[in-house]
Design a protein around this ligand. Sequence first.
Ligand SMILES: Nc1ncnc2c1ncn2[C@@H]1O[C@H](COP(=O)(O)OP(=O)(O)OP(=O)(O)O)[C@@H](O)[C@H]1O
Ligand SMILES: [Mg+2]
Length: 313
Amino acid sequence: MINAVHLTKSYGPVVAVRDVSLTVGEAQIYALLGPNGAGKSTTINMLTTLLKPDSGSVHINGHNAASHPDAVRRIIGVTFQDLVLDRDLTGRECLDFAGRLYNLAPNLRKQRINEVLALVELGTAADRLTGTYSGGMKRRLELARCLMMHPLVLFLDEPTQGLDPQHRAQIWQYIKDLRSQNGMTVLLTTHAMDEAENLADTVGIIDDGAMVSEGTPDALIGSLGSAYIRINAAFPPGYSPSFGAAAWVTMVDAQPGVLTIGVLHGARQMTTIIETLHQDGIVILDISMTRPSLGDVFLQVTGRALRDEGASR
Ligand SMILES: Nc1ncnc2c1ncn2[C@@H]1O[C@H](COP(=O)(O)OP(=O)(O)OP(=O)(O)O)[C@@H](O)[C@H]1O
Ligand SMILES: [Mg+2]
């Protein structure tokens, strides 16, 4: 459904996107994950015909975006990172205006408007000016506006930016439902790890304009080892466990009072770890196991943490 090959785009001296390729199959959800300025919006703008790549090509359901932009525009829906609603129109009027632009016949327009208003639960607010809407309501109206045209492929640039956890979860549910009920293909951008992990079949991690890693959330996480085991204990200075070089150990990080071990088969190695520490005379105060998050993957492939990871997890 989406096929982008070797996309590159510069703004003057700034290379915003370098040699990005990606493909998304029918009814798949693809998340483009990266920090501020990574090139996510630039990529989505090239995929949706709004921006011409310096080099590379885009095909949407077989249509070439450069030579047949109209054919592409007819089958896609896009929501932008910045909200672009007319404050002086009611929600219903916004949708009606969009329907007119798309030449939907009056009856069909009415029917679709009621359908999508119900879907995003804005029925009761439909006749209020959008200027009085909360951020979450505006995002939902924008989503409704693009769903109204029954797009085959949906592009969502930061669909949950600025939303509270409850409304984020609600938008996630809409996106999942659209895929499962309508077989819609979705490409979204996000800088929130949990969003990508929750929603996407495939995650592409983009940093400084380049795709640095791509795979299913499970595969990306699996590439780090299946778990981290954290042990709180009064370790002697310079302590390093004898299993540190074992094949099932992916990393060992010793901090005062805390030992973190990356392991390939978490639960299976727990007993070995406990027994070894016991033999070394270490009294364990607390032991816990966590699966690595996509945040850990990001740290591993880019060498730095996501700035806002703490806020989003
Ligand atoms: N119109 C523009 N003119 C000049 N530079 C731009 C323009 N748009 C984006 N850039 C630059 O290109 C790079 C990528 O920006 P882009 O908006 O694609 O990133 P992003 O991943 O969407 O970031 P964010 O998470 O903040 O939305 C940044 O360095 C940005 O400053
Ligand atoms: Mg952006």
